[in-house]
Design a protein around this ligand. Sequence first.
Ligand code: NDP
Length: 249
Amino acid sequence: MDRKIIIITGGSRGIGAETAALAASEGYAVCISYLHNRDAAEAVVESITRDGGDAMAVRADVAIEADILNMFDKVDRQFGPLTALVNNAGILEKQMRVDQMDVARLQRIFTTNIVGSFVCAREAVKRMSTRHGGKGGAIVNISSIAARAGGPGEYVDYAASKGAIDTLTIGLAKEVATEGIRVNGVRPGVIYTEIHASGGEPDRVERVKAAVPMQRGGQPVEIAEAVMWLLSDKASYTTGALLDVTGGR
Ligand code: NDP
């Protein structure tokens, strides 16, 4: 059987770390990228290898093309042909009204959230596409419920970058549908991770959970399970789909 090989960007914590653990338990050789938290990334790798899995962590800022190319090269050399990509790395900045936002902030948000995902998807397609001699594969892009809700008055920049991720998912899915590659998106609702602290509201989940029909925030593993289903052969006829995992919100 062919070896399953996955890159998960932003795998040092939160949703990415849970997805890495689940992917390893399903037999994937896992490469996670990180930016600041090397110790946390190494802990994820150690826990996978302790259980007999294959994993590596690469410091790769998805806002920097050379870092992305270096990460894909390392995976080619150490693991072999890529079969799955999860574009998970994403940032949120302190909540702010649009009239306070400067261009530097917009560039940071858009370069990390959409340009980074775009370049990673491009590199994955080069390797997976049957058109280029690859064996096919699957990509999942992590969007957000904010792509639909808009984030008005708080982070409309982040919401717009996630809207772009959704359009990338839909368009790319069609472009590579006959090349053995499926491309899907997951739109999480409010999930218990550290991202809310960078938005200036560490307790955000507690504040908004009353607006969730299920009356609770989600756990990172509940997103990871959806991602792994979309990557699996069980989703063999699913492409260009955007799956809301929001507790009904
Ligand atoms: P966290 O803040 O907990 O984790 C973010 C991860 O991304 C970390 O591993 C971080 O690495 C990495 N990262 C950040 N910037 C970069 C970069 N430039 N290059 C490479 N890696 C980077 O976030 P979540 O787990 O909550 O979020 C994961 C995804 O889910 C994001 O795309 C987010 O927008 C999305 N999402 C999250 C929701 C939530 O409620 N939590 C809701 C909707 C969407 P390091 O630790 O090394 O800095």
